[in-house]
Ligand binder design. Sequence first.
Ligand code: ADP
Length: 322
Amino acid sequence: VKTIGVLTSGGDAPGMNAAIRAVVRTALAEGVNVKGIRRGYMGLLEEDIYDMDSKSVSDIIQRGGTILYTARCPEFMKPEYQEKGAEICKKHGIDGLVVIGGDGSFRGARDLAKRGVNTVCLPGTIDLDIACTDYTIGFDTAVNTAMQTIDKVRDTSTSHERCSIIEVMGRKAGYIALWCGIANGAEDILIAERYDYNEEVIIDKIKKGRKAGRKHYIIINAEGIGDSYGMAERIEKATGMETRATIIGHAQRGGSPTVRDRVYASAMGGMAVDLLIKGATNRVIAYKNDKFVDYDIDEALSMTKDIDQHLFDLAKKLAGNF
Ligand code: ADP
């Protein structure tokens, strides 16, 4: 390959900048040119493309977000736009493309690969919801942000002997909720994968806990399981325990990436360039069984995964609701 393009697509995640930096600097070190494509597939179709040098990625490894910006581009699901995207890559001399994003972005990359653009994808999402990999760029930072926030809410919740419902991200994937449930010692975890929400049961546990001398009660709610504010009102009414809802929200998407997100994103970015130089295409880089590996995009998209049942059972035991 002579010129590698790089773009970030879908939801942003801390560590994407570290990945971009690694792509740019590894390519330059190997004598390959790099072009940045702004705003994902949207920017590709608009030809928002610029030459990157080593300085283009200075001072970004410690920053959250993505210097390339990101976007959703629904048109890109249509073959005529995929065709146009492939033509634009050719026009700009881009013969290798690194796509950093989630499953949706991988599909777009596969469609470009079919049209002759060599593509390699990196898993970038705070939700950890990519089946082929045990690690995604951004999860570690997001879950640490959520954990630290929950610790703070817990302090004040204990002082006031309150019940707290804390809503974290993960509408379809409860990894942040599950990990925080364990790390923060939550009394209850509500996640989509193990939907067993029953307010009566929760209310009963809170009442029992109060009698037994519990000073607080923490419920971690993965967004979308229920309206946290409404839940808080009903629980307060039924238990007499003051109950507040906190929605952590977009703070989980930002912030300075953790060491793990910086190092793994760098490793994956470097590996993407190595693969493209070897002539690989239609690949996804993953972290599996403590190793960086790569899969065919279609194979990766056909995989499924579930939250760790052992961790889920453990979280319930550690909550100590006996
Ligand atoms: P993520 O990459 O985080 O899963 P999305 O699902 O929103 O986020 O996908 C990001 C972008 O990838 C979409 O806006 C679209 O441009 C492209 N994309 C998603 N699904 C497809 C598809 N089936 N075919 C082609 N491109 C797709």
